[in-house]
Design a protein around this ligand. Structure first.
Ligand code: NAG
Ligand code: NAG
Ligand code: NAG
Ligand code: NAG
Ligand code: NAG
Ligand code: FE2
Length: 469
């Protein structure tokens, strides 16, 4: 074959891609596979001396400051930070324009991982906050003080608008920094992040070098010190390393990131729920036992019964490994959990399920696959208006490769898929409508590459599918 010039090769590639998209439309009734052309070379971690990893100046200065919701309703906040030179104070000083300065005391912990010793990790819960109020807070009392702020959510209720950001599998590459920047500058203005697992990828470094947990804490502080990130565990939080003598799963994660699991009757920090504004958010663990008779199973069974849609119309589930994934990466890894829990999600009319793990983006139709019982042979997902939309948003930008290899043809349950880095927002307007938008990092901050108006499954269960059929 004669050698082609670069431009003619690109033109040929475009023709091939177009032809492929057209042929897909003919041979199956799947949704859209994006032909967006992005850079596909492997992304790299930001170097340790990067601006985003800078240690704040001053003796024993608090670093890696992060907050998350601290109770079921949003009237408490867990404030966490790390000091390096000495334990220092566990006190958080906080106030609003309408209240005098108050103090809350917490606890300090440390851990070792192989030959790494952590700094002093502080966790302090501040309670009895007023809804919908801006609070200032100070940590590092006695040495170097640092001040931050957050806004509490509105009181839980059916028509309370609220905007969630969605980020997964973030890591700390140059692309991760782009994703975070795009989230921060998105005019949709997320008020809290639903984080679907795989935080820092320290475990991809020799000896799971936990220094990368610290750098990630400093990198993300610029967002998570000011708005809560709601945590889900991913496989990169397990840190199970018997070759290093480290056999307690989730050790670094559980020391560094606290969640309000006891408030929802959970017995472990890997599955729990919160209410925030008009949403009920259930967080599940793909890496804890979920079969029948397990603690997570019993908890979820009770939990779904507790959801009162008159109070929180929007029922959202977070997990790490997706149930509906048409990429060849991690294909069917979520299948055993789907088999256990999907009938409940349909019965209780979950609005949307967000997952990560696959380093790409995908949105499903409302589909379910619950009829199958081995003898009946009915094992193909069918359109189901009681089923959630499944969204894979594991495209935060970590250094493992972008998942580009897709199953072909695109299955009917897949509405849109694209192998690009990005984030999304879920913007609840009222009890019936929410606007969802996915943003790829290459576009302007306001551009949505994929979007959908969600109709609430309880109050407005009409077909909200985006496909033409
Ligand atoms: C931990 O051990 C590795 C080699 O096994 C070494 O390169 C590294 O410097 C050690 N780190 C510390 C903090 O001792
Ligand atoms: C990360 O992004 C921020 C905000 O856009 C920028 O100021 C900073 O220089 C970036 N750092 C790196 C290492 O890319
Ligand atoms: C559900 O929430 C509504 C609105 O807050 C309340 O009036 C009702 O009593 C709740 N139902 C139950 C069973 O708790
Ligand atoms: C894509 O994945 C399939 C299934 O795992 C594999 O057979 C195929 O070789 C992969 N293609 C590429 C280009 O890697
Ligand atoms: C709910 O929000 C949607 C979208 O903004 C709007 O069209 C609809 O009128 C709202 N419903 C009510 C009852 O306000
Ligand atoms: Fe993962």
């Amino acid at each position: 074959m004669a050698k082609m010039g670069t431009s003619s090769r690109v033109a040929a590639a475009i023709v091939v891609v177009l032809g492929f998209v057209l042929s897909l439309a003919v041979v199956c009734n799947g949704g859209k596979t994006s032909s967006f052309v992005r850079k596909v070379e492997k992304t790299v971690d930001m170097p340790l001396d990067s601006d985003v990893f800078k240690v704040p100046p001053g003796y024993n200065a608090p670093q890696q400051v992060h907050i998350t919701q601290g109770d079921q309703l949003g009237k408490a906040v867990i404030v966490s930070w790390v000091t390096v030179e000495e334990p220092g104070s566990n006190t958080v000083l906080y106030w609003s324009a309408y209240s005098k300065k108050q103090k809350s005391e917490g606890k300090v912990t440390t851990y070792k991982f192989y030959n790494y010793t952590s700094g002093y990790i502080h966790h302090t819960t501040i309670r009895n906050l007023k809804f919908n109020t801006k609070y200032y807070y100070v940590v590092g009392i006695g040495h170097t003080e640092r001040q931050f702020w957050f806004i509490t959510p509105p009181e839980v209720g059916p028509d309370v608008p609220y905007t969630f950001g969605l980020i997964g599998d973030l890591g700390q590459s140059f692309d991760s920094n782009k994703t975070l920047t795009h989230y921060e500058l998105n005019p949709q203005k997320g008020q809290a992040v639903l984080f679907v697992g795989d935080l820092c990828y320290a475990d991809t470094h020799p000896n799971h070098d936990n220094v990368w947990w610290d750098t990630w804490g400093r990198f993300t502080e610029r967002s998570v010190a000011y708005q809560p990130w709601i945590w889900t565990v991913g496989n990169h939080e397990i840190d199970f390393a018997p070759e290093l003598g480290e056999t307690k799963p989730f050790k670094p994660y559980t020391h560094r990131y606290h969640v309000p699991y006891k408030a929802s009757g959970s017995t472990a920090p890997f599955w729990y729920s919160i209410k925030r504004a008009s949403a009920y958010i259930i967080v599940l663990s793909s890496y804890s036992a979920y079969g029948k008779y397990t603690p997570q199973y019993f908890w979820l069974e009770q939990e779904l019964r507790k959801v009162n849609r008159s109070e929180t119309p929007w029922l959202i589930v977070l997990m790490h490994a997706p149930w509906y994934n048409s990429y060849n990466f991690h294909y069917l890894e979520g299948e055993t959990m789907r088999v256990m829990y999907e009938p409940w999600f349909v019965k209780y009319k979950v609005d949307v399920v967000f997952a990560g793990h696959v380093h790409a983006y995908e949105r499903s139709e409302r589909m379910s696959n619950v009829a199958y019982n081995i003898v009946n042979g009915i094992c193909i997902p069918v359109k189901d208006q009681s089923a959630p939309v499944y969204i894979t948003i594991g495209d935060g930008g970590n250094t493992e490769v972008l998942a580009t290899n897709m199953t072909e043809p695109q299955p009917a349950y897949s509405a849109y898929r694209e192998a690009s880095f990005g984030h999304a927002t879920f913007d609840i307007k009222n009890r019936t409508h929410a606007y969802y938008g996915w943003h790829r990092n290459q576009d302007g901050y306001a551009v949505t590459a994929d979007s959908m108006w969600f109709f609430n499954r309880y109050y407005h269960p009409v077909d909200d599918s985006t496909s033409a059929q």
